[in-house]
Design a protein around this ligand. Structure first.
Ligand SMILES: CC(C)(COP(=O)(O)OP(=O)(O)OC[C@H]1O[C@@H](n2cnc3c(N)ncnc32)[C@H](O)[C@@H]1OP(=O)(O)O)[C@@H](O)C(=O)NCCC(=O)NCCS
Length: 173
């Protein structure tokens, strides 16, 4: 009985801490890079499996927020931050990125890297498979419909949908 309890405890600890520890043990790993956020509640926000953050020092997540399976938060090797407010719900398979490239020559179109911060204010809901591009601010209480690509700032308490995302209606509650 005690053995089983011990086994379960060890398994739980490994599941909780291994994703954080392992990348930092790898040779040549960048500091704080390549993290799958551990599942569960952390500092008041909730994470499902395979939520990827490439540098957790530049990502801030507020209380009551929730990130679903396979969502990725990318800041590359820049210093632009991703700021997620409180009670933000980000569905599965979303990409939020501060990184892009200048357009290069035809030999290499992905030119010099550029970085611009992303801000997602309190209460926002981002639908599944959406992409939030560098420099975007999504104001409070707004919904991003599933599959949208957000290229510009979004007004508060509105629904945006499509590629590129356009406002489709106001939300008055
Ligand atoms: C954005 C959303 C909440 C809209 O809800 P709603 O206001 O009830 O919208 P409706 O279903 O009444 O549709 C309103 C219009 O928006 C369009 N629309 C709805 N969702 C859309 C989407 N994801 N992309 C593009 N257009 C969309 C509808 O086709 C409709 O257009 P029409 O008036 O020309 O027919 C919902 O469609 C959505 O995308 N939810 C996200 C679901 C999701 O990601 N789930 C994962 C777990 S959270």
């Amino acid at each position: 009985m005690f053995k089983n309890f011990l086994k379960k405890l060890i398994r739980k600890c490994l599941r909780r801490f291994l994703p954080e520890i392992l990348p930092e043990c790898l040779p040549n790993a960048l500091p704080n890079a390549m993290h799958y956020l551990p599942e569960g509640w952390h500092n008041g926000y909730n994470v499902y499996s395979h939520v990827f953050v490439d540098n957790k020092k530049l990502v801030h997540i507020g209380k009551g927020s929730f990130l679903n399976h396979n969502t990725g938060l990318y800041v590359g090797s820049g210093d632009a931050q991703i700021t997620i407010g409180e009670n933000v719900f980000i569905a599965n398979d979303c990409v939020i990125t501060t990184c892009s490239h200048e357009i290069g020559t035809s030999e290499k179109r992905a030119g010099k890297c550029t970085y611009n911060p992303v801000v997602i204010e309190n209460g926002v809901w981002i639908g599944a498979n959406s992409t939030i591009l560098p420099g975007v601010t999504i104001r409070k209480g707004t919904i991003i419909a599933a599959g949208a690509v957000v290229t510009h700032d979004c007004l508060p308490d509105s629904i945006y949908a499509g590629v590129p995302a356009k406002k489709i209606r106001d939300l008055n509650d």
